[in-house]
Design a protein. Structure first.
Lengths: 115, 113
């Protein structure tokens, strides 16, 4: 079965520190796309970062970066210099289905950034 | 910046009633999706729509559900006879072309009483 697993239901971090959220996935596809979405209390899903499986280089967007380990099927999100506005649910998601593929989501990690 | 919009933001309905949830995807996007999120649970795929037809649907998307793109801008999800378990947040998403990122709307909270 094609799955996405987030094993950390909740995490907290002090403002300005770094935190890493874990995600593992399982697929037999050779090409796929991985995403991290943020869902703040407003509940709107906001794309944080994406990674194409065929790219070896880890994606980076400002304070957000990923550690993509294809052999281990691991896709963690690192948030540097955490800010209060980073407080949200973070969902790891995968598109295994090619151009029209739907997203499969993990259960999410609730991140709290403390002042 | 273009965004996906959804109306209404909150819909309360009685069990057995029909509801229509509306979405306006980003104008030049070609792929459209509905997802739902039951409170406290993960986001689940319902259906994808491309070239004026359903391209994929999940087992959740049974005969009670239907989707339409009645004109060039709107994308609707209809639930024919709502059940208590249909209470959830429903998200519409659109994508320019595959397999880039999907942009989500703010969601419609559906409460079935």
């Amino acid at each position: 079965a094609q799955t996405v697993t987030q094993s950390q239901p909740e995490m907290s971090v002090q403002e300005a520190e770094t935190v890493t959220l874990s995600c593992t996935y399982d697929t037999s596809e050779s090409n796929y796309y991985l995403f991290w979405y943020k869902q703040p209390p407003s509940r709107q899903m906001i794309l944080v970062i994406r990674q194409e499986a065929y790219k070896q280089q880890n994606a980076t967007e400002n304070r957000f970066s990923v550690n993509f380990q294809k052999a281990a099927k691991s896709f963690s999100l690192k948030i540097s210099d955490s800010q209060l506005g980073d407080t949200a649910m973070y969902f790891c998601a995968a598109n295994y289905g090619g151009s029209q593929g739907n997203l499969i989501f993990g259960k999410g990690t609730k991140l709290s950034v403390k002042p | 910046e273009p965004e996906v919009t959804q109306t209404p933001s909150h819909q309360v309905t009685q069990m057995g009633q029909e509801v229509i949830l509306r979405c306006v995807p980003i104008s030049n996007h070609l792929y459209f999706y509905w997802y739902r999120q039951i409170l406290g649970q993960k986001v689940e795929f319902l259906v994808s729509f491309y070239n004026n037809e359903i391209s994929e649907k999940s087992e959740i998307f049974d005969d009670q559900f239907s989707v339409e793109r009645p004109d060039g801008s709107n994308f609707t999800l209809k639930i024919r006879s709502t059940k208590l378990e249909d209470s959830a947040m429903y998200f519409c998403a659109s994508m320019l072309e595959g397999p880039y990122e999907q942009y989500f709307g703010p969601g419609t909270r559906l409460t079935v009483t």
